[in-house]
Design a protein around this ligand. Structure first.
Ligand code: FAD
Length: 568
């Protein structure tokens, strides 16, 4: 008789058991053993910009998933293996006698390259690869196909293409049991030496055939700890994991009025504890929540709500998920070039004061670079660099912008319209700094960072792609005033202004000096010159200056000084 399949299920951004078409495909093989694994992705671990808050969210998701797997099979867990998939798999396939590798399809530009490489490796090893779509409502490649091979650049294109594809699949339940994992020893033969040096690995001599260190410091494949990763502590109050995601979804769906009548433009960007939107985005990113589960739970509420009173796409909850699919479709068509203006046929090039630098050999943008690239700009790019740094660290002097950027750095999440406000401010609305610089900051700090959505939304907001006729500019004063007259949001995230009169909370430089003194926060101009004549770009220094509430000599009635560009 034919031997039963021996299967590796490779978890990546699908850290859940519910509604996982790929996991179902693995179980449908009725395997003799199933290894649920997560590999140390070198891109994520060493090269991507991932701040401690997103790391925390990922580790939460892994721990929760591992515990859920163990609940279904005491011998099993999420086996976290600390090596790159491209060097690890050839060894695992052989050592564990694997017949099938199963994973969720991922059309992210980097992921696609990685998965193609792994698929080739599997083929060479005689291992069958099975992939299924579950990360998006529709298969992004199908969306592109039905959009005449073009990137999906508008919601109507997504809806039209979706009609051709057919109904969004209904979610499938979580499995009731899981097979045993089989032998998990890592005694590989040395014929596949790791080409990816692992900086955490202990020194080994060439005859040593034990790779036990790949299973972590305790050798038990456990989810990494902060210590092991050498990370700074996280500061986010938001926690990951499928259990938390499903509980949050239940709570949202049980409020039928909220779910059925949700209209994005009517949700307050100044709301906190609780926020006005679902905050499910990080769960959707890590796959601790299935987007189809979310879609159908919301759609079912809409279908059963009073006729004619429910909201509809694009502003409804389901419409938000369609936007997500739109950006995945755009990225699926454009690949790596989607992430930059240079060489991207869908993105307008703008002579920003502070542009990104392009590597002439690869044609790809150098992410951490600034510089002029031979183009003449209307202001000195080092001045724009200062603006950029002040924006990044919440030291622009506009309390609304600073509050948002501090919330982002501390908590890893800000409301969509808050993202609009800071993105508009950095790009076309204020500093005229390249959207790619802003997108890189979001990449580091967002817990929901999704390459397709981040890039796409920055292009939208900077009017370089998607909705390039987006004329709306967000005033850092009148826009937040509309939502939060008293400035509670600003008071929370810019505590220097906690006692400022509501009248001046969004433009504190207008407050008479007596009011500033009474509120314990004096508004002063920033000295651009550091001690040695260099530009002082260390914004934290400015925060400290603000906290000390130092006076800069602004006199009562000295309006000119009061109006100078201020720091808070
Ligand atoms: P809800 O309003 O509750 O919406 C439900 C879900 O729909 C979200 O969880 C999200 O998955 C999806 N969604 C909603 N709006 C959008 C949108 N405009 N584009 C794509 N998906 C959407 N979203 C990310 O998931 N990752 C990012 O890296 C990201 N970067 C952004 C950068 C900028 C400059 C801007 C303006 C927006 C960005 N967004 C990003 C989109 C959006 O702001 C967030 O998805 C949303 O604020 C998440 O909060 P929520 O879960 O409460 O959303």
């Amino acid at each position: 008789t034919k031997p039963k399949p021996r299967v590796i299920y490779w978890f990546r951004t699908d850290l859940r058991l519910h509604d996982s078409p790929a996991l179902k495909a693995a179980l449908d093989l009725e395997p003799e053993c199933l290894y649920p694994i997560w590999t140390w992705d070198p891109h994520y671990v060493y090269r991507a910009r991932v701040g401690p808050n997103r790391w925390q969210f990922l580790l939460d998701c892994q721990s929760d998933l591992s515990a859920s797997i163990t609940k279904l099979n005491k011998k099993s867990k999420l086996f976290v293996i600390r090596e790159s998939p491209t060097t690890l798999f050839p060894k695992l396939f052989k050592a564990w006698n694997i017949s099938h590798l199963v994973f969720e399809k991922d059309t992210d530009a980097y992921a696609r390259d990685r998965d193609n490489e792994v698929t080739e490796i599997a083929k060479k090893a005689g291992v069958q690869v099975i992939t299924k779509v579950g990360r998006t409502l529709y298969d992004p490649d199908e969306l592109v196909k039905q959009n005449h091979g073009k990137p999906t650049m508008s919601i109507s294109q997504v809806i039209k293409a979706g009609e051709q594809i057919g109904q969004i699949p209904r979610p499938i339940p979580a499995p009731a049991s899981l097979p045993d994992p089989g032998d998990t020893s890592l005694n590989f033969k040395q014929d596949h030496p790791s080409s990816e040096p692992d900086i955490n690995a202990p020194q080994r001599n060439s005859s040593d055939q034990s790779y036990a260190h790949l299973a972590g410091p305790q050798g038990d494949f456990s989810v990494p700890t902060y210590d092991e990763l050498g990370l700074k502590p996280s500061t986010t109050p938001h926690h990951g994991g499928e259990t938390a995601a499903l509980a949050a979804l239940d709570k949202i769906i049980s409020n039928t009025k909220y779910t059925a009548t949700f209209e994005k433009p009517s949700t307050a960007p100044t709301a906190f504890e609780p926020q006005s939107t679902t905050l499910l985005s990080p769960h959707l990113h890590f796959g601790s929540l299935s987007c189809r589960e979310f879609y159908w739970r919301a759609q079912d509420v809409v279908d059963n709500f009073k006729q004619g009173t429910a909201s509809h796409p694009p502003t409804s909850l389901t419409g938000q998920l369609l936007f997500r699919d739109m950006y995945f479709g755009a990225q699926a068509a454009l690949g790596h070039k989607f992430g930059q203006a240079y060489g991207n046929p869908s993105c307008r090039s703008v002579p920003w004061h502070l542009p990104s630098k392009v590597n002439e050999d690869t044609g790809l943008v150098v992410r951490d670079g600034g510089g002029g690239g031979g183009v003449e700009y209307s202001i000195d790019s080092s001045t724009a660099e200062t603006w950029f740094q002040r924006w990044k660290y919440g030291c622009t002097g506009f309390p609304w912008i600073d509050a948002l950027m501090r919330q982002l750095r501390q908590e890893g999440w800000i409301h969509h319209l808050g993202r609009h406000a800071v993105a508009c401010f950095l790009t076309r609305g204020g500093c005229y700094v390249d959207w790619e610089r802003g997108a890189a900051v979001f990449e580091e700090w967002l817990i929901d960072h999704e390459p397709a959505c981040n890039i796409g939304n920055w292009q939208w907001l900077s009017c370089t792609a998607f909705y390039a006729q987006f004329y709306r500019c967000y005033s850092p004063i009148s826009f937040p005033q509309k939502w939060d007259k008293d400035g509670a949001f600003v008071r929370k995230y810019v505590p220097e202004l906690a006692n400022f009169p509501a009248k001046y909370i969004y433009e504190p430089w207008k407050a008479p000096i007596a009011d500033q003194k009474a509120a314990g926060c004096l508004i002063k101009s920033i000295d651009e010159e550091g001690e040695d004549g260099e530009l002082d770009l260390s914004p934290w220094k400015k925060e400290i200056v603000a906290e000390k509430h130092e006076a800069n000599g602004a006199q009562n009635g000295d309006e000119k000084k009061e109006k100078e560009s201020m720091n808070i």
